[in-house]
Design a protein around this ligand. Structure first.
Ligand code: NAD
Length: 248
């Protein structure tokens, strides 16, 4: 069924896709912990949503201490950790020759290493508590050479690879691991560039068979499906949510 139970951790939950996902998972019955680096936005969210979230946690997911903090927050809810949505991420990388070593470290730290570390903490806990599922945010730019920048695309390709590999390693422990690969989604990350008619965004809009940008909720619905018992036999899948762009 669509109903969810246990604790769901959503990273980057204060904005865009993560926000829509946190609200949808909560509506479907999960005890949602909203994690984000933006404490103010989390506080606003907690008061606006009037108790629909189980908890909020302000932390930088690229901090090596973050997984322990998140695991503590789950433990204090006293219910099993069933769902992890690794959504927090950054985009807007410069082209190759303008990418500094510091940029490289930052993109790897936030988009890749944080997911690696959080899975390293979460998967054994899920396995011990009877299983669970992870949904990672990849991107169509991680699956094709068209449209992205090298550093952003390589982080999202790494997320897709981590998804298929972890699915093989953890399936027998009852943990399913999938990813979604969004196309152009209208969120605070992209809205300025969509409105400005920036080249990549304009071209993607033109090339998207469904003729529009996606909404945060379009992606949240796919994530909620993958996290639900309806997807019980789906693992290692990287599901495009791109209005047909990559097939177009
Ligand atoms: P967004 O910028 O609207 O939201 C991202 C959230 O993550 C923000 O609230 C931000 O504060 C948080 N965050 C950033 N760094 C963090 C950190 N170090 N620790 C904790 N939280 C942090 O972005 P969005 O468009 O909703 O994107 C969400 C995910 O979807 C990202 O991984 C992005 O790469 C991916 N994605 C987005 C699109 C798109 O078109 N919007 C397309 C493909 C993939």
């Amino acid at each position: 069924s669509d109903r969810l139970e246990g604790v769901a951790v959503v990273t980057g939950a204060a904005s865009g896709i993560g926000l829509a996902t946190a609200l949808l998972l909560a509506e479907r019955g999960a005890q949602v912990i909203a994690v984000d680096i933006d404490r103010q936005a989390l506080d606003a969210l907690a008061s606006e949503t009037g108790g629909c979230l189980a908890a909020t946690l302000a932390c930088d997911i690229s901090d090596p201490q973050a997984p322990a903090q998140i695991a503590d927050a789950v433990r204090s809810l006293g219910a099993p950790w069933r769902i992890l949505v690794n959504n927090a991420g950054i985009a807007g990388a410069p082209p190759l020759v303008d990418t500094s070593d510091a940029d490289f470290e930052r993109f790897i730290g936030i988009n890749v290493a944080s997911i690696f570390r959080l899975c390293r903490t979460a998967l054994p806990l899920m396995a011990d508590q009877g299983g669970g599922c992870v949904v990672n945010l990849s991107s169509v730019f991680g699956l094709t050479g068209v449209g992205g920048t090298t550093i952003y695309s390589l982080t999202k390709g790494a997320v897709a690879t981590m998804t298929t590999q972890l699915a093989c390693e953890w399936g027998r422990d009852g943990v399913r691991i999938n990813a979604v690969a969004p196309g152009l989604i209208d969120t605070p990350l992209t809205s300025a560039r969509i409105r400005e008619g920036a080249w990549t965004q304009r071209r993607m809009l033109e090339e998207t068979p469904l003729g529009r940008a996606g909404t945060p909720n379009d992606v949240a619905e796919a994530i909620a499906f993958l996290a639900s018992p309806r997807a019980a036999f789906i693992s290692g899948e990287v599901l495009k949510v791109d209005g047909g762009w990559l097939s177009g």
